[in-house]
Ligand binder design. Structure first.
Ligand SMILES: [Zn+2]
Length: 116
């Protein structure tokens, strides 16, 4: 069984947690005019790699807080756990973030363009 080191509660069994899927998905605000293709990309397309991946996890039977986790989906090795709203610091986490197709998706490029 996978064991996860909750930043608030410590090491616990996986059964206490819920996986919230891919982390670092930029949400478009109302002022960004997305095409139907860009909107559907944001809503429905998710990265699903065989290898190192960044996920959101929720400690549903503990502190009831969200956090991000960098995990190898093949070996279940956990490289890093870090708070929501921040970015990975390990080389595995930074590479997983940088190499995710989402960094080049139409919706995310448009969102980041607006932030500038
Ligand atoms: Zn917890």
């Amino acid at each position: 069984m996978l064991q996860i080191n909750c930043p608030n509660c410590g090491l616990r069994d996986e059964i206490e947690f819920s996986c919230g899927g891919e982390a670092h998905i930029s949400r478009p605000d109302y002022s960004i005019n997305l095409t139907d293709k860009e909107w559907s990309e944001y809503l429905f397309l998710r990265h699903n790699p065989k290898g190192i991946f960044i996920e959101r996890w929720f400690h549903s039977h503990g502190c009831r807080r969200w956090f991000n986790l960098v995990r190898d989906t093949v070996t279940n090795e956990i490289f890093e756990i870090y708070p929501m709203g921040s970015f990975p610091k390990t080389s595995e986490g930074r590479n997983a973030y940088k190499n995710n197709w989402r960094r080049q998706s139409l919706s995310e490029l448009k969102i980041n363009e607006k932030k500038k």
